[in-house]
Design a binder for this molecule. Structure first.
Ligand code: RP5
Length: 151
């Protein structure tokens, strides 16, 4: 089974903010699968997806959500795969809520939280995880860093 990364988001309305995750994984030739599911509106779907993700060939799960952003935490509760949380801006307090809801996980159930609206970094972190035993990905990451270096 091909290794792939799941990109989950809490609402169809999160699509634009999460698009850089899929774009970045595509740049590195990593298969991604995008799903909308909500910790609050479809908790059974979240539970089922996360519980079976490893057996289904996923190697990491990126979760973007806004407001009371419990998607990453709910996913992490059901899997030992690396879970990367993307707090999304919007709502009355514009990202403070989702940042704290995503990052403040209890001891034992980690979520690697990136910046508010940091979907690109979430994907890069997934690539870096995959690069641990993949020299081609290491080379691609290093080339990308060179591109980003101001000259
Ligand atoms: C979160 O609530 C979603 O991730 C979204 O960012 C926010 C608002 O959702 P909608 O009401 O726009 O569907 O669960």
């Amino acid at each position: 089974m091909t290794s792939r990364v799941a990109i989950l988001m809490g609402s169809p309305n999160d699509g634009d903010k999460m698009a850089p995750a899929a774009e970045t994984l595509e740049r590195y030739g990593i298969d991604a699968e995008v799903h909308v599911m909500s910790a609050h509106r479809s908790p059974a779907v979240v539970s089922e997806f996360a519980s079976s993700a490893r057996d289904n060939g996923f190697v990491a799960i990126i979760c973007g959500a806004g407001m009371a952003a419990h998607l990453a935490g709910a996913v992490a509760a059901h899997t030992t795969l690396p879970v990367i949380g993307v707090p999304l801006s919007g709502g009355a307090i514009n990202g403070w809520d989702s940042l704290l809801a995503t990052v403040q996980m209890p001891r034992g159930i980690p979520v690697a939280t990136v910046a508010v609206d940091g979907a690109m970094n979430a994907a890069l972190l997934a690539v870096q995880i995959l690069a641990v035993d993949n020299p081609d990905l290491v080379a691609a990451l290093e080339a990308h860093r060179q591109e980003m270096t101001p000259r």
